[in-house]
Unconditional design. Structure first.
Ligand code: PHE
Length: 352
């Protein structure tokens, strides 16, 4: 074996043993680098005759090519091994079942609200939305609620910044302020800015106003945030009889129970006269026989009709305020109101 063959086989062995690309490059330097063995041999040729240069040069070149071939082969082998390892590390088992995106659904109370809107919509009621931060005027004063009414006290109502010292802003305690807001808009549209109380002709006001309401209250049947849905029908001949018909029809449709019984129990609200609490009674099912309160209601008080900008000698009607949370509990048999607002998916997913 001549010196060149020895160098070639030593290079091949060194490359084959290099375990990483970095170590392979180090090994390469020992043969082909600036001071590598092959490079040194080339430098040594300067002293040879022209004739010897030819033969020796050709031999060195062959050796160099053999070393380069071994180097490239090893480079490729290391790269292949690396790719293989990476693929293995990132291995995908395509036979595993797919991970599905969780399926969302409407909140049970939202379902109730949609149902309420749909049923009243079919009876010709519009749907109105109003602010949750209210003024003292819309929440109390315009609704004929006197300054010393207990609902105005700190332990019943959440007051917020804004308004004046005597009339601070608050989180609405019911949806009744929407009676005034909606009626005033309606009257403005048909009466213009005539001023005074409107006694001309206009289309009836028939509206529901669902939304969030707030009271300082918390137990199994009360949450500081809860929902209400207001109803208002104002015309020239709208009577308590219409209230009874509309609300009975609504409840029977909502609960899909033609035999549902309603009771209008005399009550008091500053903004209605006469006033009634509405109770329902199922004739079958787990709640059969019990009276369950679902709404407050009454003929709109003349002072309130005035605050709507209407002449109470001509315009009259009824209002009601019901609790969609309560309706949802009754419909689905839920016994703790707080479950609706805890955000526990295990509870909520039952309503998908
Ligand atoms: N706003 C009353 C309440 O929250 C309910 C109600 C509405 C009563 C409309 C009469 C008329 O208790």
């Amino acid at each position: 074996m001549n010196d060149l063959d020895t160098i070639v086989s030593s290079a091949q062995a060194a490359f084959a043993q290099a375990p990483t690309p970095a170590e392979l490059e180090n090994a390469k330097a020992r043969y082909l680098g600036k001071t590598g063995q092959i490079t040194e041999l080339m430098k040594g040729m300067a002293a040879l005759s022209v004739e010897d240069k030819k033969t020796r040069g050709a031999a060195i070149n062959l050796a160099k090519q053999a070393i380069e071939a071994a180097l490239n082969a090893r480079r490729q082998a290391l790269a292949d091994a690396e790719l293989q390892a990476q693929l293995q590390a990132e291995a995908l088992d395509v036979t595993l079942p797919g991970r599905q995106r969780g399926q969302g659904g409407l909140h049970p109370v939202s379902r109730t609200l949609e149902r309420i809107e749909q049923i009243f919509g079919s009876m010709g009621f519009d749907v109105a939305q109003g602010p949750e931060i209210e003024t003292d005027w819309f929440n109390f004063t315009a609704l004929n609620t006197p300054q010393d009414h207990p609902a105005r006290s700190m332990h019943d109502t959440f007051y917020v910044e804004g308004g004046s010292a005597e009339a601070p802003n608050l989180l609405r305690t019911h949806t009744s302020p929407m009676q005034i807001r909606h009626a005033v808009q309606h009257v403005k549209r048909y009466a213009g800015n005539a001023g005074g109380l409107f006694a001309g002709d206009m289309p009836e006001i028939r509206v529901i106003a669902p939304g969030r309401t707030y009271r300082v209250d918390s137990d199994a049947t009360h949450s500081p945030m809860f929902h209400q849905c207001e109803g208002l029908w104002i015309g020239t001949e709208v009577s308590f009889k219409d209230l009874k018909f509309v609300f009975t029809d609504f409840c029977r449709t909502f609960f899909e129970d033609e035999n549902l019984v309603l009771r209008f129990r005399p009550s008091f609200f500053p903004f209605t006269e006469p006033s009634a609490e509405i109770d329902i009674q199922f004739t079958s099912g787990p709640l059969a026989g019990r009276w369950l309160e679902v709404a407050g209601s009454g003929q709109v008080h003349p002072n309130v009709v005035r605050n709507m900008g209407l002449d109470p000698e001509k315009y009259i009607g009824f209002a009601f305020g019901m609790g969609p949370d309560r309706l949802t509990m009754l419909r689905y048999g839920v016994n703790d109101l707080r479950l609706f607002f805890d955000g526990d998916v295990r509870f909520l997913s039952q309503f998908r």
